[in-house]
Design a protein around this ligand. Sequence first.
Ligand code: GUN
Ligand code: FE
Length: 451
Amino acid sequence: MPEPKFTETFAIVGTFVHSSTENPLIKLEDHCLGVADSKIVFLQKCDANLQTTLLDHNIAAESVIYLEDRQFLVPGFVDTHIHASQYPNCGKGLDEGLLSWLQKYTFPVEAKFADLEYASDTYSKVISRVIKNGTTTACYFATIDTDATLRLCDIVDKAGQRAVVGKVNMDQNSPDFYKEETTQSYRNTVRFVQEVLKRKYQLVKPCITPRFAITCCMDLMKQLGQLARTHQLHVQTHICETKDECNMVQKLFPENKSYTDVYEEAGLLTQKTVLAHGIYLSKEERELIKRRRSGISHCPNSNLSIRSGLLDVKDCFEDDIAVGLGTDISGGYSPSIMDAMRTAISTSNTIAMQRGPSYTPLDYKDVFRMATLGGARVLDMDDIIGNFEVGKEFDALIIDPKAPTSVIDVFENDTIEDVIQKFVFLGDDRNISKVFVAGRDLSLEKVVVEQ
Ligand code: GUN
Ligand code: FE
């Protein structure tokens, strides 16, 4: 088959797999999906009416792409928590718990981003890697350096990925070589936000990013909360990741009822707030998070790799809190949301073994929805991405279980459900043959951006 051309307006015929609020796994075989100007304009069965639909949307026969045997389309993956700046450490330095890990490995590598050339090179590498792994939308932590964070925005924009990007704030309990003065931290954040808004990127948004309560004083967090409100910005931070961290927050903010209450007082809990980890949240804290409609980023690889603990996602679901998946590079060692899906299942299975047979762990359908629609909901973007609803942006992946070097073996009697499960448990970047963001085929473009 000749290499198909995905122009501005095209249609794809084949099997579509996505989620809705009601159903974590919807399988649509022998369907056709139309794309025009970055959006999904129709999704229907390949029946006698299809020709009329194609004509109505001015889609010529040569712009109809047919998926091959066993291939299927899924919504692009959403990584709700990733430190782009920690990519050089990805896969190493996991011998310490959170607080000493930050001092020993993380702050030193983040400090290097004051060098713009280092920043450009490293950010290009991580963006390229995560796009290959199917991340069409990412919520990035950068570093405290404003110019390097603006460079990250440029690189993401050129690569064509959808993203929320934050300049990190930290004005206390941080080493001298990687720390800001309070006023400067706020001013630089204002400059970052204004500059990003001025650049009018199509798919890149600025994010308010107080690292966590330990490294930010209340005054700074309150100013940042106000800034987020003024411009209706996303907010991202860490919460209740380890017990030592929770104890330290309690000591630093003795007046506050809880860790969550610290962020509440600062005005940082909104519908656009992403809270990473949340392992040790109390029921009361979850109820507050639910009232503010903030979301949780579940980072199972990181939680196991630096031994933070096991998040019981089902508690969050019971309290109707949106939960998405995060790689949390480099606390997590994998840049892939496919890895996050299976590590979320392993974590849930571990909890099930502790709890006994009455506990139903997450299954492959649940984590598939968390990787797509769940993540979109956490980022308050479920009105534009997350599944194949007509009117949404076309962010999608062509999955090829039988790609030449694939480690998945498909058997003749495998059903679609079987093949999807095999993809969730065994899939990797070799099985992602195309990556679309806003209707644009990123795999046909050079992802690494030369600055
Ligand atoms: N808490 C504060 N900073 C960090 C970080 O960089 N990674 C993780 N996993 N937790 C944090
Ligand atoms: Fe993190």
